[in-house]
Design a protein around this ligand. Structure first.
Ligand code: NDP
Length: 330
């Protein structure tokens, strides 16, 4: 084990401007926790973009190592749950926001934050999934729990070319659903979305003009929120459901109760950060079962962590396609 290792450190100056710089830190600098993990890969999520650029107050204390997810191997532990060399994955729990995260070669975390990496899933592919893909699977499981099945009809995925959207399109299609991808980048990325399994590409949604519209969707996976979510609800079939977890397009929701009280539509909230461990394990096993090497190759882009400060603003602008995986050793 090295004495010092590289980490991306976020600091804040007196004017509350955030600065992101690589620094050498020591194991003793890491926060308390039962498990020391040698991090192999982390990833770029929307929230990481907010943290690294300082454009939204997601980081609760400074200095902070961002990176809301990571995969690696257990290096040392004081917990019976893990052994040295175990492959593990972490998403959520406020890591990268209030507990040092994955943009470093080592992380130390409470044992309950970690999930064993399912057999057959590499650390690199686990971070191609990352928080985004894990959340997409939680959304699919929420739709299933509400009774949505592949024979129910079309599922629309919003923000389809982004991280959560790409993973939702790929996994729903692999599970036999007919997936319609809603994207603002159909001109350039329709081949990409088709390669993930989308059966149709449509544009973004405009704000709704009526409380109820012609129905089309058996279900929806929505990462955009705002007017997009408001526009989908009036188009959901009788008894259909919408799984909502994102605000890439806005956090306000201007809608009416009519889809809910006249069509029995359900709006399902999905949170990945505090998701209980048994559901985490179930979701990771489902992900391992549906994702293929071809899908991973189409979705992931492996980058050295040193490129993070260029890529963080890009994800906030909606310019990132699919999933960026960071090799933290580079
Ligand atoms: P990405 O930036 O990778 O994807 C978001 C996509 O949304 C973009 O690629 C773009 O897709 C679309 N989009 C962006 N801006 C707009 C806009 N103004 N109007 C309509 N569409 C827009 O982010 P992620 O997929 O990582 O995350 C998506 C959202 O989900 C974020 O808000 C994030 O915070 C949230 N999230 C929530 C979680 C939870 O636990 N609740 C967990 C993970 C993510 P396109 O170009 O195809 O139109």
């Amino acid at each position: 084990m090295t004495d010092t290792f590289r980490a991306l450190l976020l600091t804040q100056d007196d004017d509350r401007n955030t600065h992101a710089d690589f620094a050498d830190v020591t194991i003793d600098d890491l926060p308390e926790g039962e498990v020391l993990v040698k991090v192999a890969y982390s990833s770029l999520n929307y929230k990481d973009g907010l943290a690294v650029t300082g454009s939204s107050p997601v980081v609760r204390s400074f200095p902070m190592v961002p990176g809301i997810d990571f995969a690696g191997t257990v290096e040392a532990f004081t917990s019976d749950d893990f052994s040295v060399g175990d492959s593990v994955v972490l998403t959520g729990w406020g890591v990268g926001e209030k507990h040092w995260g994955g943009y470093a070669e080592y992380a130390r975390v409470p044992a309950e934050y970690l999930v064993p990496l399912p057999d057959g899933l590499s650390a690199e592919d686990a971070m191609a999934v990352g928080t985004a893909g894990f959340t997409a699977m939680l959304a699919i499981m929420a739709l299933e729990d509400a009774g949505v099945s592949p024979d129910a009809g079309e599922i629309v995925v919003t923000g389809a070319a982004g991280g959560t959207g790409s993973m939702a399109v790929a996994m729903l299609a692999a599970m036999g659903y007919k997936v319609v991808a809603s994207t603002g980048r159909g001109d350039s990325l329709s081949d990409y979305l088709t390669s993930l399994g989308a059966s149709e590409i449509i544009g973004r949604f405009d704000a709704p003009s009526r409380p109820l519209a012609k129905t089309r969707w058996a279900g929806a996976v929505d990462s955009v929120g705002g007017d997009t979510l408001a526009a989908i609800l009036p188009e959901v079939n009788y008894g259909g459901s919408v799984a909502c977890f994102g605000l890439a397009g806005g956090s306000d929701l201007q809608t009416t109760v009519f889809p809910f009280i006249l069509r029995g539509v359900s709006l399902l909230g999905v949170d990945s950060v505090m998701c209980p461990t048994p559901r985490r394990i179930a979701a990771w096993e489902r992900i391992r079962d549906v994702m293929t090497d071809e899908l991973f190759s189409a979705i992931k882009q492996v980058e050295p962590l040193s490129n993070v400060t260029e890529l963080a603003p890009a994800i906030l602008k909606g310019d990132v396609r699919g999933r960026v995986v960071f090799d933290v050793s580079k």
